[in-house]
Ligand binder design. Structure first.
Ligand code: GLU
Ligand code: ZN
Length: 279
């Protein structure tokens, strides 16, 4: 039972099997919650209708159990902050969207992915989206078609600073490291950024443990917290796991899925021992 205010979360997306990178991040999250004698929440990030599959929910539950990770609240065990699957929280996201809309910081964007790719020349993090060129920023009220996205206008040139629990002082510049980002998608679904902030806030998360590939998203999310008048949680970004060639493990390549490793006879304690040495 929790005896401290620490609340951490595991937020897998059921769009593929978990790999070693996820395992390491989730193991770290569970260890930090345990060390703080806090509460660990499992949230099912199943907003991506095209890619989320029920068998991957079964898959991550199986993989997390195999790793020896236990949680106090989640879609399988319930809890006071449910529902714990994002697909069941649409009304709440709509409220948060309304609240953001009232700040005047959103604008409707009718650009296609192709438009953006063609006019975005600026560099951006390798696995992040291209910098939005600002095309619709000053557009009056766009005609709301079914293909309209809503973007958050970032304060160009402002440095976003935070102290990361693992990586130390971080600085990212709005408009340079990331541009105006989508908060509501053209298919009428909240974006990852909005849903994540909405849920981490509503679920009382005090520390977000995630992979270092999400550092830029953390900066975006800090801006959303500020616009909403909410206090951001603490952040702890875990090093990315790469294969023997230094290539980042993507969910797409099934090579290092925990399922595969388990079948090959790898034991969770082998992985944990390795992480203890390198963390
Ligand atoms: N479901 C997201 C992912 O797997 C969560 C990331 C996060 O905010 O920690 O990438
Ligand atoms: Zn646009």
């Amino acid at each position: 039972m929790a005896s401290s205010p620490y609340r951490g979360r595991l937020a897998p997306s059921p769009t593929g099997r978990l790999h070693l990178g996820h395992a390491r991040t989730f193991w770290t999250a569970s260890q930090r919650a345990r060390a703080a004698k806090g509460t660990l929440i499992l949230r099912n990030d199943d907003l991506d209708r095209d890619r989320a599959r029920p068998e991957f929910v079964t898959g991550f539950l199986e993989d997390l159990h195999w790793l020896g990770i236990r949680w106090d609240e989640g879609p399988d065990v319930g809890g006071p902050f449910g529902p714990y699957s994002q697909s069941e929280r649409s009304e709440y996201y709509a409220d948060v969207f309304e609240r953001l809309q009232r700040t005047g910081l959103l604008f409707a964007c009718t650009c296609s992915r192709r438009d953006i790719q063609q006019s975005a020349g600026a560099p951006h993090a390798a696995d992040d989206e291209p910098l939005y060129p600002g095309t619709c920023r000053s557009q009056g009220k766009a005609t709301l078609t079914t293909r309209t996205a809503w973007r958050f206008r970032v304060p160009d040139g402002e440095t976003i600073r935070f102290c990361d629990g693992q990586l130390g002082a971080q600085t990212l510049v709005a408009g340079r490291d990331f541009g105006d980002f989508v908060v509501w998608r053209p298919d009428n679904v909240p974006s990852y950024q909005l849903a994540c902030v909405a849920d981490d806030a509503a679920m009382g998360i005090t520390e977000v443990v995630r992979g270092a590939d999400l550092l830029v998203s953390t900066a975006r999310q800090i801006l959303l917290y500020r616009a909403l008048g909410w206090t951001p949680p603490d952040f702890f970004h875990c090093p990315l796991v790469t294969d023997e060639h230094g290539v980042r493990l993507a969910k797409r390549t099934d090579s290092a899925s925990l399922q595969r490793l388990r079948e090959q006879g790898v034991r969770p304690e082998d992985l944990q021992a390795k992480w203890r040495l390198t963390s």
